[in-house]
Ligand binder design. Sequence first.
Ligand code: PLP
Length: 423
Amino acid sequence: MSDIETVCVQGGWHPGDGDPRQIPVYQSTTWRYATSERMGRLFDLEEPGYFYTRLQNPTNDFVAARIAELEGGTAAMLTSSGMAAVFFSVFNLCGAGDHLISSSAIYGGSFNLFAHTMARMGIEVTFVPPTASDGELAAAFKPNTKCVFGETIANPALSILDLERFARISHEHGVPLIVDNTFPTPVMCRPFEWGADIVVHSTTKYMDGHASATGGAIVDSGKFDWMAHADKFPGLCAPDESYHGIVYAERFGKEGAFITKATSQLMRDFGSIQAPQNAYYLNIGLESLALRMRQHCANAQAVAEFLAADQRVAWVRYPGLPGDAYHELARKYLPDGSAGVISFGVAGGRAAAEAFMARLKMAQIETHVADSRTCVLHPASSTHRQMTDDELEAAGIGADMVRFSCGIEAARDIIADIDQALG
Ligand SMILES: *Cc1c(COP(=O)(O)O)cnc(C)c1O
């Protein structure tokens, strides 16, 4: 494969003679066919083609192909949001009566989805800390466990998942590892290289990068052998009665079964497609992803070093700081930098943190993160306010914690803003 900088601009869309250079936006809900027989073959998945944008749209597929190439996967799809991608990735494998294991250090929305909404669907979750030993992780498996889920770099805890170890133990139990790779993006880490089977993204974050378009993506490594565990995954390995008895793992193989099923079943029934216009914006973001990620990481390293040396700051967490609890894992999985997000505590606790936020001038208070403009958040009073103190602690979030997302401005200006706001 080409280097990542090249794939960012060349991947996914390969125009033919006389075709537009930039990805065309197929702003159409539907496609016309000359005969009903032809359309019938599309419905039976006997030949590829488009018929209705609730399921698939070519613009989305060009962009998804670029993301698949960036991650080193075999197939990908775009969703309307990161949450839709997280939900589909898990629900594509689990049904009522099934169980999944998740790292406890995950995005607040994913935590709610697993702990509350999916519980109402009869799907049970066991949370394990990202630091769980081999024994602790192995003990969480049940006969009905269908997958393990974690975040490469947890938002906002900034813990790092030991990808190779989690993948090995998942595979020992015959299930895939699903990794949310939103924060590092494939520029900084490619989880498939460490054994992960499925990757999901909130493309709303660095991939779009400009706070323009909400979106998500699911990528399949094409490596998990569903048929070798056919009893565990009847949805992929037994006939789908809602789709004319098709067996996805037989018809589409390891490379295509997961995404084909998620498209033809879950997109059909839940309809969380990304608007093609948003896919177009996302694609423009992808073109500068490698450049932007380097600047985000360099800025975050400089800001983290400034904070670590300042008496007005109680603690700093950034995987790039020597002495950080996850520094060794960062050196292994994220040798060129992790992401632009830092968390720290302002000396003086919750009240001091809120006063600091109110004094910031350039950095803006937003629920958003991973954007080209510096933004900042107090998770305990916003994104994570529905969690109990015990749940907050398990997720690695203190009441004094500030999540600081370094943009691509000059590091000097970001540091000057923090300096004046610390008072
Ligand atoms: C934001 C985020 C999500 C959810 O994505 P949306 O696009 O907001 O739905 C999921 N995982 C992580 C790590 C995130 O940061």
